[in-house]
Design a binder for this molecule. Structure first.
Ligand code: KIV
Ligand code: ZN
Length: 524
């Protein structure tokens, strides 16, 4: 039996759709919000990775969400672009408007179906919910042929009622049926039973693609995903690095590599370019400021590191002794020397292409090239990771109103730290000097003097881009203003300069947030 889907045509039995929700479920978790430029960069990377569907956002949630779904729909080619909506007509119409420019588009509409959610969250009777399923899917179908319907809290829904809702959704025109484990409560055997029962019992089930969406509250999101696939699910909803509400969603890289590594046990083939996994994971970490933990499967720093002598010896004799997949298959190549300070612009441009940056345009290449020259002068060895940090830094700062110009710091154990800082604010260079409790404190006070603001500093963290004492520092600064939280990132061989860049980046993000909600606040 094969399904004829409006966007995917006749699907072979072993085809599985990878539905990425990094920009929606992932982005809505605290601290992970991204601005428009960052979302577009991430969406481009997801398209290069080969995901089938990008859930670009929740258009009714805010004007900013609407704008980013619209821009992704307008500019990203390849994947189906999907907008999320609740069941209310206003939500659905807003989602339809946001995805309209996309070549291939989908509306994803959802409503809660569990007794707990219907009673306390929706305050609706089951029959009203059933009617809302029919109305919402029918309305969505008037705007696109590709409609996904989700039973929120599906894994805690009464099975008979779930079957009635799924049947109604398919009859109303839903082409994908998603049964989420919204609160991460299910065990793999629950997932298998639910998917098998619903697919066996619902008349017309063969006309829809069944989708699985799992949260990781018990650390079972990937296991539950694989259990649903074993029971016939042919769409997997997941996020890069497993980001998402609370403990996150099933991690794309883990699910995809599990399926790739065990074709004997998992009966499907995702169309992901696995060699792009590492670069996509790193890009997300750079944009959000959250690195994955070192022992994270597939993309953690230690995922392919062999420490014990016995393991190292085995791997040298035959890598398969302790490696179930090759580092190259996920895009992890040995750090390679990039170029020296005498390398030219053309070689630099070529190198960026091999690192997955398409055409950045002459201005960005020129700015990044100037920074590369400064870095190559200071640092003995420039690695791929250094270039990625530098270029990501350049890309995210594209539309910044506040720009870092220079910093001079005096610090030590015998005298108070002093910082002399220059920032360019709306094209005008502003300078300030400050003393403080250490060089970071002095610098942050100087930033406050150059650009007075009320934002509170919530977090300041420092990591290293590569190894060695001359490695670039990678810093994150989290600011909060009026309930709005933003993270800024910076990279530089000088830790204090990296901290300043991160602070300035966070301020720029705050200005964008302010402008979206209250345009008159742009004057700071
Ligand atoms: O977890 C969930 O139930 C969701 C739905 C909106 C699909 O994210
Ligand atoms: Zn979710």
């Amino acid at each position: 039996m094969s399904i004829n889907h409006p966007n995917f045509g006749n699907m072979a039995d072993d085809r599985v759709i990878i539905f990425d929700t990094t920009l929606r479920d992932g982005e809505q978790s605290p601290g992970f919000s991204m601005n428009l430029t960052e979302k577009l960069r991430m969406a481009e990377a997801l398209a290069e990775l080969g995901v089938d569907v990008i859930e670009a956002g929740f258009p009714i949630a805010s004007p900013g969400d609407f704008e980013s779904v619209y821009e992704i729909a307008r500019t990203i080619k390849g994947p189906v672009i999907c907008g999320l909506s609740r069941s209310a007509p206003g939500d659905i119409l807003r989602a339809a408007e946001a995805i309209r420019p996309a070549e291939r588009r989908r509306i994803h509409t959802f409503i809660s179906t569990s007794p707990l959610h219907m009673k306390y969250k929706l305050r609706m009777e089951p029959e009203q919910v059933l009617q809302a399923v029919v109305d919402s899917v029918s309305l969505a179908r008037q705007h696109t042929d590709d409609v996904e319907w989700s039973a929120e809290d599906g894994s805690r829904t009464d099975l008979d009622f779930l079957c009635r809702c799924v049947e109604a959704a398919i009859k109303a025109g839903a082409t994908t049926i998603n049964i989420p484990d919204t609160v991460g409560y299910a065990l793999p055997e629950d997932m298998h039973r639910i998917f098998k029962s619903v697919r066996d019992r619902v008349p017309g089930a063969e006309r829809a693609i069944f989708s699985t969406h799992n949260h990781n509250d018990l650390g079972l999101a990937v296991a539950n995903t694989l259990a649903a696939v074993a029971a016939g699910a042919r769409q997997i909803e997941c996020t890069i690095n497993g980001i998402g509400e609370r403990a996150g969603n099933a991690a794309l890289e883990e699910v995809v590599m599990a399926v790739r590594t065990r074709p004997d046990a998992v009966p499907c083939k995702p169309g992901i370019v696995t060699e792009r996994i590492m670069a996509t994971s790193k890009l997300l970490a750079t944009i959000t400021g959250f690195d994955v933990q070192p022992n994270k499967a597939i993309v953690g720093r230690n995922a392919f590191a062999h420490e014990s002598g016995i393991h190292q010896d085995g791997v040298l004799k035959n890598a398969a002794t302790y490696e179930i997949m090759t580092p190259e298959s996920v895009g992890l190549n040995k750090s390679s020397l990039v170029m020296g300070k005498h390398s030219g612009r053309a070689a630099f441009r070529d190198k960026l292409k091999t690192l997955g940056y398409g055409d950045l345009g002459d201005n960005k290449i020129n700015d990044a090239f100037s920074r590369f020259k400064v870095l190559a002068d200071r640092k003995k060895v420039v690695y791929d990771e250094d270039l990625v940090a530098l270029v990501d830094d350049e890309i995210v700062r594209d539309h910044d109103r506040i720009k870092f110009v220079s910093l001079d710091v005096h610090a030590g154990s015998n005298r108070p730290a002093k910082a002399a800082l220059e920032l360019e604010i709306d094209g005008v260079v502003v300078a300030a000097e400050a003393a403080g409790d250490g060089p970071v404190d002095a610098t942050f006070i100087a930033i406050q003097k150059c650009f007075p603001h009320e934002a509170k500093l919530l977090l300041f963290s420092v990591g290293a881009v590569t190894e060695g004492t001359d490695a670039q520092a990678k810093t994150t600064v989290r600011l909060e203003e009026g309930g709005k939280m933003v993270d800024g990132q910076g990279a530089d061989t000088d830790t204090i300069v990296a901290a300043t860049r991160a602070y300035v980046h966070a301020l720029n993000k705050l200005l964008v947030k302010r402008a979206r909600t209250e345009p008159e606040a742009m004057s700071a």
